[in-house]
Design a protein around this ligand. Sequence first.
Ligand code: NAI
Length: 473
Amino acid sequence: MAATEKEFDLAIIGAGPGGYTAAIRAAQLGMKVACIEKEGQLGGTCLRVGCIPSKTLLEATAQFALARERFAPIGITCDKVQMDVAALLARKDHIVATLSHGVAGLFRKNGIERISATASFVSANELQLAAAGDRRTIRAARVLIATGSAPIELPGMPFDARRVISSDQAIALRAVPKRMAVIGAGAIGLELSSVWKRLGADVTVLEIYHTTLPGADEEMGRLMERTLKGQGLKFHFGVQATGLREEKGHLTVRFASRQTGLEKNESALTADVVLVAVGRRAYAQGLDLDKAGVATDERGRIVVNRAWQTSVPNIYAIGDVIAGPMLAHKAQEEGIAVAELMAGKAGHVNYDAIPLVVYTSPELAWVGKTEEQLKAAGVQYNVGKFRFAANARALCMDETQGMVKILADGHSDRILGVHILGPQASSLIAQAGMAMELGASSEDIARTCHAHPSLPEALREAALAVEGRAINA
Ligand code: NAI
């Protein structure tokens, strides 16, 4: 018989960016909080197998590529630049462990009870906790589901964690594969293709859409495509992966053009490792949502209202397990807002000002609407563009690829979208996000004094270009 113990104001299922941020904010606001996590390390997908390990590999391999290919023109010579993959993976593991311990420390500091177990609903106020054969029950006035997402498998290509892999394994390959096939040119496909290409793999990406990153502004997606092709990545666009065969020690991925009918016109690609990066699905497996009466939609996502309440008023959900972009910072914003609403404060998330970043080299970052979205909505807009090739600092840094593109309302000049492919785009986009959050116009950025020489000047020049008055173009 399971014992019923302890009463909490709030029990949070999942200690990813959404769950742990909500736990801290709720504790700051005086709630008695428990956070339940089934994995040994705190931090969720982002910290354990997603953003943090991939960014560690991306940073290190970008520096490797720099040293190998771009030091000589600036006058630095190195005899023999080599990458020790084992040392790289050890460093990644160390960074993940450091940050995960950091979350545990924040839990202690804020008096949050960390529970290592797998949670499932017994009722709307009761959770069963299973850990190493042990079962117990806790009660909570409110429950927050922050269980995240899991990689989507393709039919006929089940993950085997060895040769047909998801991002979980693609951040931990012990040796550089000779030939790598990547299915999907989304954020994961492009980032991890970049890592293994820089380390020497022959990488080919298969993508249904006609260029990279279907959700991005199309012009920027095409610029990204050109940039990555220049780095030696190979692409087949407008094709769908249809099957997989293993023979004589290698894998053959079959794919076909979407236009010409799938059976006809089939091609094949040989690879040693296949990374399937075709998206992620909401993960609510094993929660026994039906015992509490929590409703999901046709894609298995938990349905919530504007206050992140599920169909059961005392049960809330945030992050990848609900609708919206699957991004750590989106989950964190929701985590803070939902805790504040629970405490009677005015928690809010501005979904129009959530930045997206793809950490390729150079990075692509954007916030707000794409041109395609504005056209579809019939919005009149003006465009201002500025290339990094004309930015003095970018030239000094030898980082001249890419551009800034600002979309401003045709009547009010209010900024509707900012798109940056270029050096440090992940940092530059913060200024654009702030401008949008404050309801700025392109004129506001155009009239803001920017330090010279600096990369953000490219943003100012793009703002000037909205009215055709860029200075350095
Ligand atoms: P995604 O949805 O961004 O991209 C998947 C791609 O696969 C799409 O371009 C799609 O057209 C293509 N595709 C689907 N089925 C296919 C098939 N059978 N054959 C060929 N192509 C096919 O998903 P991804 O990259 O797996 O990322 C999952 C989630 O994680 C996304 O929501 C993404 O935003 C998030 N993420 C964000 C990162 C970031 O912010 N830097 C990094 C990594 C992931």
